[in-house]
Design a protein around this ligand. Structure first.
Ligand code: NAG
Ligand code: NAG
Ligand code: NAG
Ligand code: NAG
Ligand code: NAG
Ligand code: NAG
Length: 520
């Protein structure tokens, strides 16, 4: 035991810059058992979710079909990844059908009690079991499962004390933790089991359970889920050398994480190696949609929503899209589908869909709140993840601008698009260059309720520089996913093009800044 612990400690130390996201023993699957999710009760979703998580440790096996995005990923898996599906009609049939891939027992819980749900998920994670509400106990019994733990009166913390690192339990992951409101019985528990992660919920991020879990994490860890307050949750992760992958409404993340494309993945829109000469007296504008770090949005209605990827105007305008750099490790089929559908640039001034990593890189963190080593770990993890995803430009959302953080995040990247937390355009379009000469471009305008409109942006751009050697000749426009949309970007582009402004995708804006703006 001592040697194992020592090796783990040494390996853990070396691992810090590597991906925190686990892989199954075997990548990809040729067959999935598919159960309809829409008709399941909350306790059934909890049971099926934990079954997905535990079976996914070996290879993806169980998939839930639902009216959200799940249908898209099933279709992508069938069409592009060569997966065939076998429909399973009920939870009981699924439990029976998934043996012998799952040989564990069950943790009894009370799905009406948040404490008990979190305790049951954490115990299932440690014991390799599924979580079963008392109302489903006969279903579990008749499928031949045995009760291995009673979590009806437990909490996440009491389970950690009783089971973590003991002879009966595994050791909780120090690279992934799951923060999830236990009322969301539908979602994300699969990933907790897949990662052998602890699950808890504390909007304050400061109760004793938060402290125990946060203190047990190694630099370069990922918090999956969501908390009470964005700023508080992301600050808690950032100050402990971690980052957040918003995933609270994610279904099927564990099985999706078991499908892996060859890396680096290639987004279809590489810029030509040499740019045309500096445009004569032109202002350059690029749009960038916010919130692509949000895994649950990507998995649910991002791809179909008419405000976003599903917009009828997509493909008529040069559009930048933030995208989680973690996708190749947590849901590669989402990336293969989006990359396959992206509008490919056909020449100067043509429409395009170009993806940018972030915010803020490997996940959502405020790099300006990170100390030296933590910052280096986050920057390295972000660079590795972004490059694996085929993303050269990174969008950083800082709590406030820090030259040291911008410099670290720029290393090895083609460009940094920097947002301030409040408001995103707090840098007013200012441009700087990292010590390696990588452009760091602040947002200048926001298509965002209460901020700019297509008309106000067109009017302001008309007063700005058209000298391509000046940073004042470039405008990055934030497109707020929740109050603006592709239609607004297309309207703005139309007004700007009438003023002979060049509207390009964000990678091209970055390469113009790098090539043409005067700097020391
Ligand atoms: C998933 O659900 C949709 C809609 O209910 C259905 O059309 C589709 O056939 C289902 N796919 C599978 C593989 O069960
Ligand atoms: C389950 O939890 C709910 C909410 O805390 C509680 O009201 C109920 O009595 C519990 N059920 C059992 C069987 O303990
Ligand atoms: C849970 O705790 C309560 C109060 O201590 C007790 O009455 C009840 O029997 C316990 N239930 C279980 C399932 O252990
Ligand atoms: C779980 O156990 C391991 C090994 O003993 C320990 O390092 C870690 O801090 C524990 N996790 C928590 C959340 O207490
Ligand atoms: C998994 O499938 C993808 C898509 O078919 C393929 O590109 C990749 O090489 C496969 N990975 C492994 C390890 O088989
Ligand atoms: C786009 O945003 C505008 C302004 O908020 C709104 O009026 C319009 O309905 C939105 N369109 C779509 C397709 O979301």
């Amino acid at each position: 035991m001592r040697w194992v612990a020592l090796l783990a400690a040494v390996a853990g130390h070396c691992l810090a810059a590597e991906s925190p996201y686990p892989s199954p023993k075997a990548i990809n699957s040729s067959t999935l058992l598919v159960i309809g999710d829409d008709a399941l009760s909350g306790p059934e979703q909890l049971l099926v979710g934990t079954l997905q998580g535990i079976t996914s440790r070996a290879r993806p096996l169980v998939f839930r079909n639902s009216t959200g995005g799940a249908r898209l990923w099933l279709a992508e898996l069938q069409q592009t990844w060569g997966v065939s599906v076998e429909s399973v009609p009920s939870v009981e049939a699924l439990l029976k059908r998934s043996r012998p891939a799952f040989e564990g027992g069950y943790v009894l819980c009370n799905a009406s009690s948040g404490d008990s749900v979190l305790a049951a998920v954490t115990a299932s994670s440690l014991l390799g079991a599924v979580a079963v509400d008392a109302s489903l106990q006969t279903v579990a019994d008749s499928a031949g499962l045995e009760q291995v733990f009673d979590a009806r009166n437990q909490t996440s913390m009491s389970v950690i004390r009783l089971l973590n690192g003991t002879s009966s339990g595994a050791v909780l992951s120090s690279r992934v933790a799951v923060l999830q409101a236990p009322s969301k019985l539908c979602c994300l528990w699969d990933y907790a089991l897949f990662a052998t992660a602890g699950a808890w919920y504390d909007p304050s991020m400061s109760d004793p359970t938060s402290r125990a879990i946060l203190d047990s994490m190694q630099p370069g860890w990922a918090l999956l889920g969501w908390g009470g307050s964005e700023k508080q949750t992301v600050t808690a992760a950032s100050t402990r050398a971690g980052w957040v992958n918003a995933a609270d409404w994610a279904r099927n993340l564990a099985p999706l994480a078991g499908f892996r494309a060859a890396e680096p993945m290639a987004q279809p829109n590489a810029l030509p190696p040499s740019l045309p000469p500096a445009p004569a007296r032109k202002h350059t504008v690029a749009f960038l949609m916010t919130d692509g770090d949000n895994l649950q949005w990507l998995l649910n209605d991002f791809a179909t929503g008419p405000a976003w990827w599903g917009s009828p105007q997509r493909g008529t305008v040069p559009m930048g899209w933030t995208l989680s750099a973690a996708l190749p490790r947590v849901a590669a089929p989402v990336a293969t589908m989006l990359y396959g559908q992206a509008t490919v640039r056909s020449g100067p001034g043509s429409a395009c869909d170009v993806f940018v990593a972030g915010p803020s890189g490997a996940g959502y963190a405020y790099p300006d709140l990170m100390g030296g080593e933590a910052l280096a770990t986050f920057a390295a993890a972000s660079r590795t993840a972004a490059r694996a995803a085929g993303l050269g430009v990174v969008n950083v959302l800082g709590s406030t601008y820090s030259a040291a953080a911008a410099d670290a995040m720029a290393e090895g990247m083609d460009g940094v698009l920097w947002y301030e937390f409040d408001p995103y355009d707090g840098l007013h379009g200012s441009v700087s260059f990292s010590s390696q000469g990588v452009p760091v471009v602040g947002a200048r305008f926001m298509l965002w309720e209460g901020y700019d409109t297509p008309e106000s942006i067109a009017a302001k751009v008309a007063t700005l520089s058209t000298d391509p050697t000046s940073p004042e000749a470039y405008s990055l426009v934030v497109v707020h996913a929740w109050s603006s949309n592709v239609t607004q970007a297309a309207m703005t582009a139309k007004l700007l093009e009438a003023q002979s402004v060049d509207v390009v995708c964000p990678d091209e804006l970055v390469s113009r800044v790098r090539a043409f703006v005067r700097h020391a």
